[in-house]
Design a protein around this ligand. Structure first.
Ligand code: AMP
Ligand code: ZN
Ligand code: FE
Ligand code: FE
Length: 292
């Protein structure tokens, strides 16, 4: 693979196949324009953006096809803690994994309708048709509902909808969605030949932190890495996550979690060293990186 000597490798980005605002082709064009050597396409619970991305890949940009799976793990008090598992280079036709992703997307669809129904009952002038059209058959999520609220003038921007008053975890109109037990998700990804990395593992702004014991268990069951460099980790948290990855023998990756205009973070805002990308690619056999 070319250009791995640089640190221009962003291993976490979304497109309009889930809750990003750039099309898959547009996201890759933006990645090339940002000077990235590698970008990973990691839409929530879907590989539906892969075909368009593969066809539109700018020459010279390496793309790692992937997904970000919605998972949960038991917390210290036995409660469900949500976590996201980044999966790379798995076989997209693997039936058990594809079926699990389809179920997650179907659950997102029901849950989106329930959140919208709650908002409509409370008098906010949005509709399910509008949200469904923003999601365009993709993996529907809170950002789509938030965009409808922005369009209706209820909130000034998407971030302003992620408050307790609206859609923040546990917020007034928040509704849970189906999630995979993370060990199940990891086993599915590995069986489909992919490599798996826990996304933003210590991001407390997102709610309760993933217990250390869960990460130890995942490391024992074939996890490849922890996402250390992420906008939701401050410097001190990155240092802790990096130390934890080293202790557990895991790769330390980084990615921007780009969502187009749905979030303020830019492509390349966090990156992964080339040598780490090489090791990640070497740990997967379900699909090849798109390169050349
Ligand atoms: P969902 O997957 O539907 O539960 O929604 C979670 C998604 O909402 C995340 O993947 C982010 O894209 C987005 N999100 C979470 N918090 C914020 C925020 N404060 N501002 C903008 N987007 C957010
Ligand atoms: Zn998202
Ligand atoms: Fe995430
Ligand atoms: Fe993400």
């Amino acid at each position: 693979m070319p250009a791995l000597a640089t640190d221009r490798h962003d291993l976490h980005a979304h497109s309009s196949a889930s809750d990003g605002t750039d099309t898959p082709a547009g996201m890759l064009a933006a990645a090339a324009a940002a000077g990235l050597a590698t970008v990973a396409l990691t839409d929530h619970d879907t590989t539906d953006g892969w075909a368009e991305a593969a066809a539109a890949r700018p020459a010279g940009l390496t793309v790692l096809p992937g997904a970000e799976l919605s998972c949960w793990t038991p917390g210290e008090a036995g409660q469900r803690i949500s976590l996201h598992l980044l999966a790379y280079l798995f076989d997209p036709t693997d039936a058990p994994l594809a079926t699990a992703c389809r179920r997650l997307r179907e659950s997102r669809w029901d849950r989106g309708q329930r959140m919208v129904a709650g908002l409509v009952r409370a008098g906010y002038p949005i509709s399910w048709e509008q949200v469904a059209s923003l999601a365009a058959d993709g993996s529907v999520g809170r950002p789509h509902v938030a965009r409808a609220l922005v369009a209706a003038g209820v909130v000034p921007d998407v971030a302003a909808a992620f408050t307790p008053e609206f859609l923040a975890d546990g917020g007034r109109f928040y509704t849970t969605k189906e999630e995979l037990p993370v060990l199940t998700a990891l086993a599915l990804v590995r069986a489909a030949g992919g490599a798996a990395v826990v996304a933003h593992p210590l991001a407390h702004r997102r709610g309760p932190v993933v217990p250390r014991a869960a990460l130890v268990e995942l490391a024992r069951h074939g996890l490849t890495g922890l996402e250390v460099d992420h906008v939701d980790h401050d410097e001190e948290t990155r240092a802790r996550a990096r130390a934890l990855a080293a202790e557990l023998g895991l790769l330390a990756t980084g990615g921007s979690d780009y969502h187009g205009s749905a979030k303020t973070v830019r492509l390349g805002a966090a990156t992964t060293p080339g040598a780490v990308v090489e090791r990640l690619v070497a740990d997967a056999r379900g699909a090849a990186a798109w390169t050349g």
